[in-house]
Design a protein around this ligand. Structure first.
Ligand SMILES: [Zn+2]
Length: 297
């Protein structure tokens, strides 16, 4: 079934304008409408598949990147990039949260948590995909729950909760952030990484921009809409960190969606340019990591 949003989940306003028509280039080639809230500027897929229906838009092996046997060149590069990204994420966690218990929501196959564990953190994951969850448990020896709600009854609390490119996939934004807040220690750190629909590459590629990834990405944030959302829940931004590799990766995919071909050279140029332009303003990178904590009174 599809469902229609009548109220903006960030500011509650009811006036929306059409923003962009985008195709699901990744899987179904179905078309979706992105609307924009007239009051706060949040962009979202509307109407959208409901929580039951969305499952079929994830039914691709590509979305679960845990095939360890194939060692093609692409896989080798992918693995090097993944390790680089895991270490980068860990550095952010370590400098913001020091030591303790970490919860990764949407932990996939658990490589990041496995690494955190090897560096002295207690770790816990949430992952709705059954195959990924099994892999995380068996291979990466991580404790993983199916749903965030599974953690609530046991009185768990965490020093750091991370959502790496997950918040944009979640149907109920406010309920999710409420649960996160309830699971966080008073001085806990909440880390959210999301694509930025106000980046140079987003504007350059328009409806071919790969990070629209409709309908899996239900929401498309920029700095101000994300700031408003988390501030409604009593969080504030402590630090904003760019994910510079994403500009290249997203440009590579967007080139493919736009032309049907791999244009690695153009992707390299546009990725570089996106980072260069963003660096001048500081809030315009293709993807950004928001390090959040509770607002101090
Ligand atoms: Zn709004």
């Amino acid at each position: 079934m599809t469902e229609k949003l009548l109220k903006c989940p960030v500011c509650g306003a009811t006036g929306f304008s059409p923003f962009l028509e985008v195709k699901d280039y990744f899987l179904t080639r179905e078309d979706f409408s992105i609307q924009q809230c007239d009051a706060c500027g949040l962009k979202f897929v509307n109407p959208r598949p409901d929580q039951k229906e969305i499952g079929r838009y994830y039914q691709s092996d590509d979305y679960i990147s845990h095939d360890t046997k194939k060692m093609s060149l692409f896989n080798r590069i992918y693995k090097v990039a993944r390790m680089f990204s895991i270490k980068n994420k860990f550095k952010i966690v370590e400098t913001s949260a020091h030591k303790g218990k970490i919860l990764d929501i949407g932990c996939g196959t658990g490589e990041f948590l496995n690494y955190c564990n090897s560096r002295g953190f207690e770790v816990e994951g949430v992952e709705p995909n059954e195959k990924a969850r099994a892999f995380a448990r068996q291979v990466n020896k991580v404790s993983v729950n199916k749903d965030l709600t599974d953690l609530l009854p046991a009185g768990n609390s965490f020093d750091c909760i991370t959502m790496w490119h997950v918040l944009e996939h979640v149907h109920d934004l406010n309920e999710t952030i409420r649960m996160v807040k309830g699971l966080l220690t008073p001085d806990g750190i909440f880390i959210v990484a999301v694509p930025n629909c106000n980046s140079w590459d987003a504007k350059k590629y328009g409806n071919f921009w790969a990070a629209y990834d409709v309908p899996r990405h239900l929401y498309h944030f920029d700095y101000s809409s994300l700031d408003l959302l988390i501030s409604n829940h009593g969080f504030e931004i402590r630090n904003l960190i760019p994910q510079k590799l994403d500009a290249y990766y997203v440009s590579m995919l967007s080139e493919k969606y736009r032309t049907g071909q791999n244009n690695y050279f153009r992707a390299l140029i546009f990725g570089f340019w996106s980072n260069f332009m963003a660096g001048r303003k500081g809030r315009g990178f293709s993807s950004q990591i928001f390090v959040l904590s509770r607002k101090k009174p």
